[in-house]
Design a binder for this molecule. Structure first.
Ligand code: NAD
Length: 476
């Protein structure tokens, strides 16, 4: 049994708070005891952050950049170890974690490390005065994570924060505590001052304490919409800056003129990657009526070939669902879909793969005959459940695609370039992919509109969100 402790001021700290149990989603077994960080320990972390941030902000941009690039190299060198922990945390398949989900952490540190060296301000001149502006750090920033991408969430939030000269405290999801501690050790080894990147553990109450803490300047959450609303409310009394990366119910629009194989594969990837536990997944697949039957037949054929099972096996394509509760929630949506009159073409059944019988597995599901008003079409399920909807024309599908409270991602598959631009212009989403889906290189902004949240991860826009403008006016 592992014991998971907070990482504070450059080392692990024992807490005498509540013990939470970390369950391995692949086996259903308790594999770790997580020590919930107490308020006293949290204050110790904040105090250490303060001292570390003053040291860190006093470094030149170049020095911060060098340490972050070193961190990126160490993260890349630890790819296998971090992947092992990511799989242990989430139950996702090894092949996805090692090729994309974990390397993006090192990529974020490389990108923001390079960007740190480029931070400059503006200069102004009047008849009898001069002025200059600078981007200065906010101070102590905190991240609160969801459980689906623990390495990515830790690095996407902390790298821009540190590049801008802040200290960072991370509270990973209580369901995925492993990777954060490993990342903390790596960043410390790279030469960051003790206390600059720290990890506290626990449930919502630790997150709430971060939101309410008067010395913390910003909170960045990845989580559900209801949590986002609570975070804003909890952060209001101290007027914190807030970035919210929330849920989604994205549309993927497949036009009859598209490359058929690309369209089928994109719909599969945009639904069943990480067993469907992806916020930006395109779970409403709109298909032009004249190709819909052929499209669904191809989808079903490919979906039934996906191998479900032990995430550590090289040929597994669908891993475990994070928890028994979440699996039950997904299964209940399968029943809701059937009772609403949608036709379950394949999947939606709990699985007990050999060697992982105690784990939480489900076969990927595709519903046809869906209507826009169905619960399975309107609500985020956050599992491998695709709803296929037919459409007749462009104007109609744009209206239907936008008819949602969410606005994280949207996809368009077409070979008509004019149509691609026209439709993209009208879709209400923070991220739009044409003839691809869910690609987010480090220099590319990611985030939502409407109830999917606000603020952006990655890119220069994330760096800006972790800094504030200071304007100095000099009278001659
Ligand atoms: P969640 O909202 O239940 O929990 C997220 C985090 O918030 C956890 O660390 C949790 O402990 C903490 N938390 C919960 N209540 C809190 C409170 N009142 N105050 C402070 N902290 C609190 O989400 P989850 O189940 O971990 O993840 C799934 C959700 O996350 C889905 O809705 C999904 O769409 C969303 N998500 C969004 C993105 C994105 O980038 N937009 C990425 C991944 C997941």
């Amino acid at each position: 049994m592992d014991r998971i402790r907070a990482f504070i001021n450059g080392g692990f700290e024992t807490s005498d708070g509540t013990i939470l149990h970390k369950i391995n989603p692949v086996t259903g077994e308790v594999i770790a005891e997580v020590e919930q960080t107490t308020p006293i320990l949290l204050q110790k972390a904040v105090d250490a952050s303060r001292s570390a941030q003053i040291i860190w902000a006093s470094y030149t941009n170049q020095k911060r950049s060098q340490i972050m690039i070193k961190a990126s190299q160490l993260l890349a060198n630890s790819l296998e170890e971090l992947t092992r922990l990511e799989v242990k945390d989430v139950g996702k398949v090894w092949s996805e974690a090692i090729s994309a989900d974990v390397p993006c952490g090192a990529e974020a540190y490389e990108f923001f490390g390079a960007l740190a060296a480029t931070m400059t301000g503006t200069s102004h001149r009047w008849a009898d005065a001069r002025g200059y502006t600078e981007r200065v750090p906010l101070g102590i920033c905190a991240g609160i994570g969801a459980w689906n991408y623990p390495t990515q969430i830790a690095c996407w939030k902390s790298a821009p924060a540190l590049a801008a000269g802040n200290a960072f405290i991370l509270k990973p999801s209580e369901m995925t505590p492993y990777t954060a501690n490993a990342i903390a050790e790596i960043l410390h080894e790279a030469g960051m001052p003790a206390g600059l990147f720290q990890v506290v553990h626990g449930d919502y109450s630790v997150g709430q304490a971060l939101c309410e803490h008067p010395q913390i300047a910003k909170i960045s959450l990845t989580g559900g919409v209801e949590t986002g609303k609570k975070i804003m409310a909890q952060s209001a009394a101290t007027l914190k800056k807030v970035t919210l990366e929330l849920g989604g119910k994205a549309p993927l629009i497949v036009f009859a003129d598209s490359d058929f194989d690309l369209a089928v594969q994109t719909a599969l990837d945009a639904n069943f990657y990480t067993a469907g536990e992806v916020c930006s997944n395109a779970t409403r697949v709109f298909v032009e009526d004249i190709i819909a039957d052929k499209f669904m037949a191809a989808l079903v054929e490919k979906t039934q070939k996906l191998k479900i099972g032990d995430p550590m096996s090289a040929d597994t394509q669908i891993g475990a669902i994070i928890s028994e509760n979440h699996l039950e929630k997904i299964l209940s949506y399968i029943e809701i879909g059937k009772s609403e009159g949608a036709k379950l073409l394949t999947g939606g059944i709990r699985q007990y793969p050999i060697g992982c019988e105690g784990g939480y597995f489900i076969s990927p599901a595709i519903f046809a005959d869906c209507r826009d008003d169905m619960q399975i079409v309107r609500e985020e399920i956050f599992g491998p459940v695709m709803a296929v909807l037919r459409f007749d024309n462009e104007e109609e599908v744009i209206k239907r695609a936008n008819d949602t409270e969410f606005g994280l991602g949207a996809g368009i598959i077409t070979n008509d370039i004019g149509r691609a631009y026209r439709v993209a212009d009208k879709l209400e989403a923070g991220n739009i992919w044409i003839n691809s889906y869910n690609l987010i290189p480090p220099d590319w902004p990611f985030g939502g509109v409407k109830q999917s949240g606000f603020g952006r991860e990655s890119s220069v826009f994330a760096l800006e969100s972790y800094s504030q403008i200071k304007a100095t006016y000099i009278q001659y």
